[in-house]
Ligand binder design. Structure first.
Ligand SMILES: [Zn+2]
Ligand SMILES: [Zn+2]
Length: 408
């Protein structure tokens, strides 16, 4: 038995062969969506499909209890490459008229996680059929609860999902790009998204006698205006950061002659570098405390850490993108800069990339010629099913860049 150059499976034919099954699996998943941390039936379904393909090394109940890790071992040891699919849905009432629309009222696969899962199942089936032809292992990580913090990724890593893994890849569908296109970011793919909450406690009183009260509305206003200088004065101008106060509530909006005793402010912080994230967190707490103290009030400051920024491995991405381009597998290979719309959303794939090198790539799912597309998380979101094959092709292409061929 000899190990040769990189594995060469005639995978375009393989993808064609499994495509009908993958479409069917995606439709089944779409019809039976489940919310984060409650994906019991989905986890069962994935497990049963993997068993039906003959995959032998399947670990269930990984992480928070619903994750699945399927390891497909080649004929000889070699590189260990992980692929990840998420499988939770959203609390959205589906408004498509698909024949396989959600049967679970108020829950919808509006982020394409049904497609991610079906594609990875298809890849698992193909690689399992070819396990005698390669050296190394393919680790298929099926992760629940991507949409809801603390997410599923972290607990899966703590439970050993990345054990011995050399490189990891993930794919997300993008409705704004046409089928056949691939998107990538050289470095940051998504921002860290943290949530802030400030509860100001003043003292109520008559509006005509402010000196006897502690005006929570004035304190809240000072916080909102003064904290704008955090991004403008304490953050490196070439390092993107956003601090937005998105909600303010005080006084109940009824009486004009009462000074409100409490004010609640909510907002969000988006950053890429960890250093900037920590600077904003520190200044946010410090300035809020100082302003409240100056006004004789008291305050509860909550800063909730969201998912960290998603940082792709630059060298790996560069290499992969060059090869994808020269293989001419996709119509367009687009660089999606970190400030480009979708990139400012959170994604818990970031945790995997903190542990092992890898990349999170996008595939287009828009039907060419279709004028109207709906964004992710929209009740009318839909994807072109041709994209499932393209996603599988991309996964297989990535695997073949790492795994070695074994011949008798
Ligand atoms: Zn989502
Ligand atoms: Zn998603």
């Amino acid at each position: 038995m000899k190990t040769q150059a990189k594995i060469k499976i005639n995978w375009l034919d393989e993808v064609k062969a499994v495509e009908p099954d993958v479409i069917e699996m995606r439709r089944y998943l779409h019809q039976h969506p489940e919310l984060s941390f409650a994906e019991y039936k989905t986890a069962d379904y994935i497990y049963k499909q993997l068993c039906s393909f003959g995959v032998e090394d399947i670990q269930r109940n990984v992480g928070n209890g619903l994750g699945i890790v399927a390891r497909i071992h080649g004929a000889k040891p070699g590189p260990v490459i992980a692929l990840r699919a998420d499988f939770d849905a959203l609390p959205i009432h589906e408004e498509t008229d698909l024949p396989f629309k959600s049967q679970n009222e108020g829950v919808m696969h509006a982020c394409g996680h049904d497609a991610h899962t079906a594609m990875l199942l298809g890849v698992a089936q193909i690689m399992n059929q070819h396990k005698n032809n390669f050296a190394g292992s393919v680790v298929c990580i099926f992760q629940n609860a991507e949409e809801t913090k603390p997410g599923g990724a972290k607990s899966m890593i703590e439970d050993g999902a990345l054990e011995d893994v050399d490189v990891i890849y993930g794919i997300h569908v993008v409705p704004e790009h046409e089928v056949g296109n691939v998107g990538y970011s050289m470095s940051y793919g998504s921002a860290a998204s943290d949530t802030i909450e400030i509860n100001v406690q003043g003292r109520g009183g008559h509006a005509s006698r402010p000196h006897e009260a502690i005006d929570s509305v004035v304190i809240a206003s000072e916080i909102i205006t003064n904290l704008q200088s955090i991004v403008s004065r304490f953050v490196d101008p070439i390092d993107p950061a956003v601090l937005t106060f998105s909600s303010v509530a005080a006084g109940g909006g009824t009486a004009p002659n009462i000074i409100a005793d409490q004010a609640k402010i909510k907002g969000t912080v988006r950053t890429f570098s960890e250093e900037t994230r920590q600077t904003i967190k520190r200044k946010f707490k410090q300035m809020t405390q100082a302003i409240v103290e100056m006004n004789d009030g008291s305050v509860e400051v909550n800063y909730y850490d969201g998912y960290p920024a998603l940082l792709n491995n630059r060298e790996l991405v560069k290499n992969i993108v060059d090869r994808i381009q020269s293989a001419q597998l996709f119509n367009e290979v687009l660089e999606i800069g970190p400030m480009n719309g979708a990139a400012m959303i959170g994604e818990d794939f970031a945790y995997y990339l903190q542990k092992v090198p890898g990349a999170f790539l996008n595939i287009g799912v828009k039907n060419p010629g279709e004028s109207e597309t709906y964004p992710l998380h929209h009740p009318k979101f839909n994807l072109a099913e041709e994209a499932l094959s393209k996603g599988m092709e991309l996964y297989l292409f990535l695997l073949m860049q790492h795994l070695n061929e074994v011949t008798e």
